[in-house]
Design a protein around this ligand. Structure first.
Ligand SMILES: Cc1cc2nc3c(=O)[nH]c(=O)nc-3n(C[C@H](O)[C@H](O)[C@H](O)COP(=O)(O)OP(=O)(O)OC[C@H]3O[C@@H](n4cnc5c(N)ncnc54)[C@H](O)[C@@H]3O)c2cc1C
Length: 444
């Protein structure tokens, strides 16, 4: 499809961030009486939801050890709650279930959630945690759990459904979306982007928003930015670090009937996230899977056709140029889960609930999982480069961040947002790093 020769704002990527930003840009301009047809354009080389947003597990939570992440998530949860139907959002809540080594971290999260008015319940001590879990699921059997944080807000949304909802809102606000339109390069005017060069033509623009998910490094290169960055560590020394690291996200589904995983009261359970250092044994043959800290998350999900979830991701240990982001997601020959994941995850489910014992054979045999592109500290970078190129690099935290586009739109229109301030690129040089938790995940 031919693209326009100019647009004030060109948004690259029709995932959660690109669509949310475009929608909010167009509606904010309209509210100010400054919107003209064609002002906001989205281009995507494939289609809506062709990237990470379209395969995300869809978990929406507040549970983060980093205060700045929590405040940002609380804002995004309000956006999810603003139109659950359009966003296919299920507000079932979320639970972090954790071992002694994480107890202090989780209690701190609870205290800080109280301070920002984010409703949650904290249960402490092994006996009380077991009772709390067994009141919900009588077959709960995981031991060595020292703390349960039950967030009453949050839950999960359907990946493709929510993007369709966002797309509809963006189109209704006057956004033009061009799919099958790959961006090849930028035309520069001094240090600023003056046009976006696509396979379907060149679009002159005033500002560009790059919301390219796992492809962010390609755009970083187009902007002439380096693959390494200097990070001032907590010890005051400066370290050269890779700007980008690819991780492979591991997820899958156990095919079980819709009522297989309800609470004892017959209700949809919250999304469960269990971390533990209890040894994990293979549910089929009793062999040791791991005696290191491990974690799984899971939820009954009608869209996926069973109980869906995942486990810790792993770093893709290859030179960056040898990591093929395309074909993406289930189409990738490399970055989909295999038997090892199925063994670990289904054994983890059986470790937690008796009802999952012997369910390995029901693990859905389809390609799942996919790549994420992480920043040096595994937290997002939201910042402007090359004078007028706004980069949304969410470090794979981002499906739940549906509200970031609203904040980015405000910044693009000239209003700095305090919630985004902790995520500036300059934090690396200045050593303004986010605190690090004891979680086995790079994103908690
Ligand atoms: C398996 C998996 C599960 C996940 N689960 C969760 C979860 O439960 N909760 C959560 O919060 N997050 C989750 N995430 C992370 C989340 O999906 C991402 O952080 C988020 O979707 C990124 O959104 P985005 O809009 O930046 O990018 P994307 O959704 O990846 O969109 C980027 C778009 O850019 C387009 N594009 C790329 N290159 C070009 C080009 N040259 N020209 C034009 N267009 C281009 C792509 O086609 C794509 O559509 C998960 C990620 C994975 C991989």
């Amino acid at each position: 499809m031919a693209v326009p020769t100019s647009a004030r704002y060109v948004v690259i990527g029709a995932g959660i961030h690109g669509l949310s930003t475009a929608w909010h840009l167009a509606s904010s301009l309209a509210a100010q009486g400054r919107f003209d047809a064609g002002d906001v354009v989205v281009v995507d080389k494939n289609g809506v939801g062709a990237g990470a947003s379209g395969i995300a597990c869809g978990v929406v939570r507040n549970n983060y050890f980093q205060p700045a992440m929590r405040e940002l998530m609380a804002h995004s949860v309000s956006v999810w709650e603003s139109d659950p139907k359009a966003f296919c959002y299920n507000p079932v809540g979320y639970m972090q279930i954790a071992p002694p080594v994480m107890a202090d971290d989780v209690s701190k999260i609870y205290e800080e959630q109280k301070a920002i008015g984010y409703e949650s319940v904290l249960v402490e001590g092994e006996d009380d945690c077991r009772s709390y879990m067994q009141a919900m699921f009588s077959d709960w059997q995981a031991g060595n759990i020292a703390v349960v944080l039950h967030e009453k807000r949050g839950g999960y949304a359907n990946n493709v459904g929510s993007l369709r909802g966002l797309e509809a809102k963006a189109r209704a606000a006057g956004v033009k979306i061009y799919t099958g339109t790959a961006v090849k390069s930028f035309a520069m005017d001094g240090n600023a982007v003056k046009a976006v060069e696509t396979e379907a033509g060149t679009i002159a623009c005033e500002q560009v928003v790059i919301a390219a998910g796992p492809w962010v490094r390609h755009f970083w290169q187009m902007l002439g930015l380096p693959d390494t960055v200097e990070v001032k560590g907590r010890d005051g020394n400066v370290y050269e670090r890779p700007m980008w690291t690819y991780w492979c996200l591991q997820e899958g589904t156990v095919e079980v009937p819709p009522d297989f995983f309800l609470t004892d009261a017959g209700e949809m359970p919250p999304v469960l996230h269990v971390d533990t250092d209890a040894p994990l044994y293979d549910d089929s043959d009793g062999s040791l899977v791991t005696d290191a800290l491990w974690g799984i998350y899971y939820k009954p999900d009608l869209y996926f056709g069973g109980v869906q979830g995942g486990a810790m991701p792993y770093v893709v240990d290859r030179p960056l140029d040898e990591v093929a982001v395309d074909p993406y997601g289930p189409a990738s020959p490399d970055f989909v889960v295999g038997d090892e994941f199925a063994r670990m995850w289904t054994s983890g489910l059986a470790h937690c609930h008796k009802r999952f014992e012997g369910k390995r054979a029901s693990f859905k045999k389809e390609a799942s999982g996919g790549l994420g592109c992480f920043t040096p500290d595994s937290f997002p970078v939201f910042d402007v480069f090359a004078e007028n190129a706004y980069v949304i690099a969410d470090s794979n935290h981002g499906y739940k961040m549906i509200g970031v586009g609203a904040l980015v739109a405000k910044e693009v229109l000239g209003q700095d947002q305090a919630l985004l301030e902790p995520f500036r690129f300059s934090r690396y040089a200045e050593g303004r790093l986010h605190p690090v938790s004891h979680s086995p995940y790079p994103w908690s």
